[in-house]
Design a protein around this ligand. Sequence first.
Ligand SMILES: [Zn+2]
Ligand SMILES: [Zn+2]
Length: 257
Amino acid sequence: MRIETFPGVATALPAQILHAALNFVLPPRCASCGVQTGSTGGLCTECWTQARFIAAPQCCQCGYPFELDFGVGVRCGACLSRPPYFDRARAAVAYDDRIAQIVIAFKHGDRTDLAPGLAAWMRRAGGELLQEADIIATVPLHRRRLFSRRYNQSSLLGQPLARAAGIPFIGDLVIRQRETDSQGHLSPSARRRNVEGAFRVAAQHKDTLKDKRVLLIDDVLTTGATVNAIARRLKREGARTVDVLTLTRVVRETSVS
Ligand SMILES: [Zn+2]
Ligand SMILES: [Zn+2]
């Protein structure tokens, strides 16, 4: 017997109509300050003009933005004095009070609708890294934090990036094997000690990892201690390269180490 299928009401509606209807009920708001804006997942004009998007010239390794163009392949002082284990780190925008509001809204405020827009910023900042990656992975949350936040915000950024780049997303590649103290108030050297040995590679992915170029996704890069510890572990397990792409990074006088 031949069964005719008829599209349901929801599938009959073009996506644009659904989108417009949703915008009517829930008008899009600025990702940073919350004022009403014209587009979903974007910033209002005021916040957009204030945001410091990061681009070249920058340290070829950690991505720290330079005031002057010193040429291609130049490292910052921090990377020269204490070379990180990761190959390259890039971030879309410099961390400040406005960006902090976005991170908080995304992390704790259930603004998961921001993910595609934020991922698009990251795609611009990390185009080369995305092109060259074999695998996209994320910095794991501790189980307790995952429970309190209900989702890993880095996965929400990593999944659309992997889809757009056409490469596999492995959300559980890296496992946090012991709880680390909150990093917020620790000095850079204390952060390094805090995260050393805190991560391992999931047993089921060890073979997959061999000779692969891994791109790690996180929301914020502060000192880089966490991604550095993960990069070290991934390389010990056979990763060929480890790059890091974050939504935002702290830009201060002394760079990451
Ligand atoms: Zn705004
Ligand atoms: Zn650097």
